[in-house]
Design a protein around this ligand. Structure first.
Ligand code: PLP
Length: 404
């Protein structure tokens, strides 16, 4: 692995802050920013439209990113739809899947709202035109771990889709997604969507190995890409069955007398001008993390996560969540008697430490762990080092005294 010192040089923002909020959005390496600037300075043009050379180049660069993503997750390019973020990837499935009356969908009680609200909205509004869609909730234990048998027990003859997060963004708990997939695929005609927002880039994700039917992923978190990027993977035969909802330029091949013919998958889902510079930047970011080595990133993050958890467990009045043997790159905690928002603000103002506080867009999971005012969340990526952990721990030791 590139030394931690060398990695940190690629993120000039680290000269000013201690960044422990990569679960929200990661920092962007300079080469990614340079790559996006290169597009704007030298070949700024829309894709799939112009015959001139800069337009052809921008189109090729976007397709190169699609190839890189496909290689990264072991799929084919036709199975990758560019999206704005994880949320929009999940919504493509929620709003386009051909659900039928009385179908049910299984989610868990530790989902990010992006992987609960789109399904609950279907239950509430039947936006896709069918009535009586039901959402069933698989309950995780108090450490945020879902026993795969809980999913198995909820499956019935009306189950159509299981949508589960790989790593919880609020507790850091990592699910046995292969076992859940095995259970789901023991049934014909039930599909699995995995929300990999907190795992992609941090660990190797192979869609064939997991046997996921869909994965929803951000470009701007573990992959170190720019904001406004993400993708949906879907098995090609399933993408062909989804009904595209964002129709317009770039999504059809012919229009005559009110009739139109849809573009091939995946282009029929990519209506309108795409985030071209962002997608090109994401391609560079994937090169960057592959160059470092995802397995090495995983090991590095796990070591720092353990170190942070263990150091915090030695401070009186710190409440830690999750099982230290199971959490991944995220440590969620509270200080007795203190509001998490206040702690986050003090850490920033006294020590330039950036951590997330609150409900992390996952209210049910915070209720599960009885963190009624939310929690403080420190999250780790390849640019963090032991010094970051030490500084956070030292600062917290001083802050705890103020609240004891
Ligand atoms: C597990 C999980 N799912 C979905 C999302 C939504 O991601 P995005 O902001 O890319 O839409 C997040 C964001 O933090 C997340 O952690």
């Amino acid at each position: 692995m590139k030394s931690s010192k060398d990695i940190r040089k690629d993120f000039p923002i680290l000269n000013n802050i201690i960044y422990l909020d990569s679960a929200s959005t990661s920092l962007t390496p300079k080469i990614v920013i340079d790559e996006m600037n290169d597009y704007y300075y030298n070949y700024n043009a829309n894709i799939g439209r112009g015959a001139y050379r800069t337009a052809i180049k921008s189109g090729q660069k976007v397709e190169e990113t699609r190839e890189k993503i496909a290689k990264l997750i072991n799929s084919s390019e036709n199975e990758i739809i560019f999206t704005q973020n994880t949320t929009s990837a999940i919504n493509i499935v929620a709003n386009g899947f051909p659900f039928e009356e009385n179908d049910n969908i299984i989610i868990s009680n530790i989902e990010h709202h992006s992987n609960s609200i789109p399904w609950l909205n279907l239950e509430k509004n039947s936006d896709n035109g069918c009535n009586n869609i039901n959402v069933k909730i698989a309950n995780a234990n108090s450490q945020g771990i879902i026993d795969p048998s809980t999913v198995s027990e909820l499956i019935d003859s009306n189950t159509k889709l299981v949508a589960i997060t790989h790593v919880s963004n609020s507790i850091g708990s990592c699910q046995d997604i292969k076992e859940i997939s095995k259970i789901v695929h023991e049934h014909d005609d039930i599909y699995l969507l995995v929300d990999v927002a907190q795992s992609i880039g941090h660990m190797n994700i192979d869609v064939k190995d997991i046997n996921a039917d869909f994965i929803a992923a951000p470009g701007h978190k573990g992959l170190l890409g720019p904001t406004g990027t993400g993708f949906l993977y879907g098995k090609e035969e399933l993408l062909k069955k989804l009904i595209p909802k964002n129709l317009g330029g770039g999504t059809i091949t012919n229009l005559k007398n009110h009739e139109f013919k849809l573009e091939k998958v995946p282009h029929r889902f990519e209506g309108g001008t795409q985030n071209i510079s962002g997608i090109i930047g994401l391609g560079k970011a994937i090169d960057y993390i592959i160059d470092i080595g995802i397995s090495k990133i995983e090991k590095h993050s796990q070591e720092l996560t353990k170190k942070l958890y263990n150091s915090l467990s030695e401070i009186d009045n710190v409440i830690l969540y999750g099982n230290p043997e199971n959490i991944f790159s995220i440590v969620s905690f509270n200080i007795k008697g203190a509001n998490p928002y206040d702690i986050s603000k003090i850490l920033d103002e006294t020590s330039n430490i950036c951590v997330r506080s609150g409900f992390h867009c996952a209210i049910p999971s915070l209720n599960l762990i009885n963190a009624n005012e939310g929690s403080i969340r420190a999250s780790i990526h390849c640019y963090n080092n032991e010094d970051d952990i030490k500084k956070l721990v030292e600062s917290l030791k001083e802050i705890v005294i103020l609240f004891s």
